[in-house]
Design a protein around this ligand. Sequence first.
Ligand code: FES
Length: 125
Amino acid sequence: MYTETVRDYFLNPRNVGSLDHADGIGEVGNAKCGDVMKISIKVEDDRITDVRFETFGCAAAIASSSIATEMIKGKTLDEALQVTNRDVLDALGGLPAEKIHCSLLAEEGIRAAVEDYRSRMAESA
Ligand code: FES
């Protein structure tokens, strides 16, 4: 049912956890399945220098969030916002149709973390 890549990222998830003194935190959830994803980012000169995730959810959600953290690390904030769930799906080699919403959670988590960072910056300006 899952690709080798999905199994690998589920069984050996990269960038698990949270960051001390994160610059931005995005927490999103899916009301239907109840899965929750939290993405923490460190930002320097508009670039994501470090990222961690904590996902309480299914295998597809864990694999999606883990691979998404690798995809945005080192990117500028605008570049990270370009990452869509389609990119996450491609990187994972696809997901079963009923699991596509799990990859959407990763896209939303990235967006929420960047928005949180930007609103903190706007407040402190
Ligand atoms: Fe909902 Fe996977 S079943 S995020």
